[in-house]
Design a protein around this ligand. Structure first.
Ligand code: ADP
Length: 236
């Protein structure tokens, strides 16, 4: 069993004087596909920010493996209208995923340009590299943002509500791309999503959050629990 990339033990995260997420324990290993589900306001985004290192734990411990510290986390944020209109080419958006590693150098290195090219190829968007990002279809935009996230790392991808606004066929395309990266290339995936019907097909682990953890374990076990059956039945 490989060492976890990320491990939380009884961790709390919150803002100012109050904790929003309490007593969360989870681990993400290479090859895992973990989905975080829960009603609106249950603390999913807060937990995500904590795992990304944007919030300090107010209790418990958060362990990040040396491997992940070196390679970083690839983050796919929720798409905002401003991002959708971003006036840059596909190539520019993808290579901007290397920014975290660039430090103060004013130009991208040859290695970074190669990394961007490899990831555009991986996502099948090489032909679009000179196209303007804002002119792309929803699915092409999503592939561009995944390629960008992979420039930061190919160890762990964190995705926040990634299928919001995508049509059904683009959604299936998105899941195929992520599943390929996860199964064939062993990229660990951590996804916040409401799309429970697809999650139970795609993921291997589920964490159901309602401030604290209602369930954490395998998808198969989740389907047998009362909260799993209720959530699956309700579709949300
Ligand atoms: P979810 O992603 O499940 O919808 P959030 O983590 O966004 O849940 O929100 C959980 C709670 O944390 C909410 O009550 C929300 O008002 C509060 N919250 C979220 N962001 C902040 C913030 N920046 N400052 C203070 N409270 C916040």
């Amino acid at each position: 069993m490989s060492q976890p990339l990320l491990k939380c033990e009884h961790v709390d995260f919150g803002y100012e004087n109050y904790d929003v997420v309490k007593d969360v324990s989870l681990e993400i290993c290479q090859g895992d596909y973990l989905c975080i589900v829960g009603e609106n306001g249950s603390g999913k985004s807060t937990l995500m920010k904590g795992l990304l290192g944007l919030l300090k734990p107010t209790g418990g411990s958060l362990m990040v493996s040396d491997d992940l510290k070196r390679s970083g986390i690839g983050y796919l944020p929720q798409q905002t209208p401003a991002q959708k209109d971003f006036p840059a080419t596909v190539q520019e958006v993808v290579i901007s995923g290397c920014l975290g590693k660039r430090g103060n150098r004013p130009f991208y290195s040859k290695k970074e340009r190669e990394t961007a090219a490899v990831n555009m190829e991986r996502l099948g968007i090489t032909d679009l590299r000179k196209s303007c990002y804002r002119d792309l279809s929803g699915g092409q935009k999503q592939r561009t943002l995944i390629a960008r996230a992979l420039c930061a790392t190919d160890r762990l991808l964190i995705l926040d509500e990634p299928i919001t606004g995508l049509d059904p066929s683009t959604t299936q395309d998105f899941y195929r791309v992520i599943r390929h990266l996860n199964r064939e290339e062993q990229v660990a995936v951590l996804m916040v999503s409401h799309d429970i019907q697809n999650i139970v097909v795609q993921a291997n682990k589920i964490l159901h959050l309602k401030q604290s953890v209602l369930f954490y374990g395998s998808v198969e076990d989740y389907k047998q629990t009362e909260c799993g059956r209720e959530f699956l039945g309700g579709g949300k």
